[in-house]
Design a protein around this ligand. Structure first.
Ligand SMILES: Cc1ncc(COP(=O)(O)O)c(C=O)c1O
Length: 407
């Protein structure tokens, strides 16, 4: 039996691909710290669960393909708190930010089209692009420059007549970089010059630290018809399993077309939408408190990581990930070794090898993404494990190299 080229060309998620090894490790009685995944340990607000209880229909019906009115209205209101303004027909509820990005790409790309994205990028972008028949064309960003965007010329040099859009996450997963107003203005100039859309994935937009100001692409008034905003409750309200997000654009023609995709999948889960619409009643302090917790965790991880010999990292400005260069030849191999051959006081660590966040072959080979949406104690223990593991791994590697030299 044959499978499609589309599915054969897709990769497994670098965030989840080591899970089967971690399960084996746990079966052997070793505790694994899961810093590979962006699953917050924060409690989902009570308002969400109250919303579930408030659902008092006796049939779980299909609802409107665009989403239920109360949820659309509550998103419009909460976005307006960030000076982002949409009318009702400019916003559609999706199964998380994931479906929002897929719908945006499917609406604007034909097979063979290209999507410019700064790399490293959220690894599922490759899969989303492939589902739409498109390819990611990466623009390299570097740790030495804290993963900020390169110059305009370099980005323009990647544009061809197949380029349809620029796709960014801001704040960025996996680097934690927050793009400045000037960087976004540069992207806006490029988008105008080459007639491109910008898909702005802002699912971490409320987690920005150190008083860095937040610019949404929706704040760039002269390109509003080119911006497609993606948002989600997954990270902001620690509600990843609810699968509630949104796609929004001032380009009404685009949204009218995206409605076809929404209708083809009928609707987003009705009860989850009811629950999510009640999040509007969450105290403002919820997000502020969560953000403070992440900042504290970021500081602890960054300080510990910076003190590990040979590790190079840049301080994340937002989201809850840190990308670090490790003193190893291959972080994929090191990640497996941590799970299969190493433990420290019966504990070990799982991270996401960074090569899967790059489209350019060979890049990110000695880099790794660590998430810090777990407890301070787990972060501290993980950093101790990492330091000990690196020391042992490099000793073993040196012995192996010496043995080979003697043979
Ligand atoms: C940058 C980015 N965009 C989108 C998503 C998908 O989020 P959702 O759970 O809303 O589908 C994630 C999830 O980790 C992410 O990191």
């Amino acid at each position: 039996m044959q499978f499609s080229n589309r599915i054969s060309n897709m990769d497994f998620s670098p965030i989840r691909k080591l899970s089967k090894f971690a399960k084996e490790t746990e079966k052997r009685g070793i505790k694994v710290y899961h810093l590979n995944i962006g699953q917050p340990d924060v409690k989902t607000p009570d308002t969400f669960f109250e919303g579930v209880t408030n659902y008092n229909e006796n049939i779980v019906k299909y609802c409107d393909s665009q989403g239920i009115d109360s949820l659309i209205e509550s998103f419009i209101q909460s976005l307006s708190d960030s000076n982002i303004y949409f009318d009702k027909d400019e916003l559609m509820i999706t199964h998380g930010g994931s479906e929002a990005i897929q719908f945006a790409l499917m609406a604007i790309c034909d097979p063979g089209d290209e999507v410019i994205s700064p790399e490293p990028f959220y690894s599922n972008y490759s899969s989303f692009a492939k589902i739409a028949g498109a390819e990611i064309v990466p623009v390299e960003t570097k740790i030495e420059n804290e993963f900020h965007l390169p110059g305009e010329d370099l980005i323009e040099s990647k544009i061809t007549n197949r380029t349809k859009c620029i796709l960014i996450s801001n704040p960025c997963n996996p680097t934690g970089t927050v793009y400045s107003y000037e960087e976004l203005e540069m992207l806006a100039r490029i988008a105008k010059k080459y007639d491109l859309f910008i898909i702005s994935d802002e699912v971490y937009r409320q987690f920005i630290f150190d008083n860095i100001s937040y610019t949404s692409c929706m704040h760039l008034s002269d390109i509003l018809d080119r911006v497609i905003l993606v948002d989600s409750i997954s990270k902001h309200y620690s509600a990843c399993g609810a699968r509630i997000g949104l796609v929004a654009s001032k380009n009404k023609e685009l949204m009218h077309n995206i409605l076809k995709l929404c209708q083809a999948r009928l609707c987003v889960s009705t009860i989850e939408q009811f629950a999510a619409s009640n999040l509007i009643n969450t105290m403002n302090s919820y997000i502020t408190d969560v953000k403070m917790q992440y900042k504290k965790r970021r500081d602890i991880m960054y300080t510990a990581m910076s003190n590990i010999p040979g590790v190079v990292c840049s301080k994340p400005e937002g989201a809850f990930y840190m990308l670090a260069k490790l003193p190893v030849d291959d972080s994929d191999k090191f990640a497996r070794w941590l799970l299969e051959d190493f433990s420290y006081n019966n504990h070990t660590l799982m991270f996401a090898p960074a090569s899967g966040f790059y489209a350019t072959r060979g890049l990110g080979k000695n880099e790794a993404r660590f998430s810090y949406c777990t407890s301070i104690e787990d972060i501290k223990n993980s950093m101790i494990i990492l330091e000990n593991a690196l020391e042992k791994y490099n000793k073993i590697s040196k012995v192996k190299i010496l043995d080979l030299a003697e043979q």
